[in-house]
Design a protein. Structure first.
Length: 196
């Protein structure tokens, strides 16, 4: 049984993603499972074919790549109200190329990816949601790519302050450094200068 406050939160998130049809929301509610993840626990491991996508009810999650030497490169972060998973792996029917892990303790609503194909014809809003999420991810990735390729460290930190300041309170500095293409020492130095 889904707690009443969680039910309301899920309905709000579904509506925010264009899924307003009550029958579709009922279908999603019946298919989802609530899952808790501890800090640093893997949600999806690189190399696996994902079977679910998730709605973040509480907490922060990160996408990251792992180098052959074991170094982690943070790709992006998501928080409450956002959907996570590897849409590209699902669309290409291939293993995920990055891992997704909890940055802080997370409560997620887990939904099977199969629902997108099984119910897509019945509920066109599922395809619209997929299109919306794809568009958001594409625009976000393009902005970050431009930032990493054309900006210096100070400009990257300033961008973070202007566009994703919430990360500063919830994500460890070494992970933010990786996200902005810096080493932790450089990040700390830039942060000190900018915060004066």
């Amino acid at each position: 049984m889904i707690p009443a406050d969680t039910l309301v939160q899920l309905q709000d998130i579904f509506r925010a993603h264009g899924m307003t049809d009550p029958a579709l929301q009922d279908c999603l509610m019946q298919a989802l499972k609530l899952r808790d993840y501890d800090r640093d626990q893997l949600i999806i491991r690189a190399g696996e074919r994902p079977t679910h996508f998730y709605v973040i009810l509480s907490g922060v999650a990160r996408y990251y790549y792992l180098s052959p030497e074991g170094r982690q490169w943070n790709k992006t972060f998501f928080r409450e109200g956002q959907m996570i998973g590897s849409l590209s792996a699902h669309l290409k029917q291939q293993p995920c190329t990055y891992s997704i892990a909890a940055v802080e303790r997370c409560r997620l609503a887990s939904l099977p990816l199969a629902i997108l194909s099984q119910q897509g014809e019945r509920f066109p809003q599922l395809q619209q949601m997929q299109d919306l999420v794809t568009r958001q991810i594409m625009l976000r990735n393009e902005d970050r790519e431009a930032l990493l390729l054309t900006s210096n460290s100070e400009q990257r930190y300033q961008w973070l302050m202007e566009h994703e300041a919430w990360l500063l309170d919830r994500v460890p500095q070494y992970q933010l450094a990786s996200y902005l293409g810096m080493d932790p020492v450089s990040f700390s130095r830039v942060k000190r200068r900018q915060d004066r």
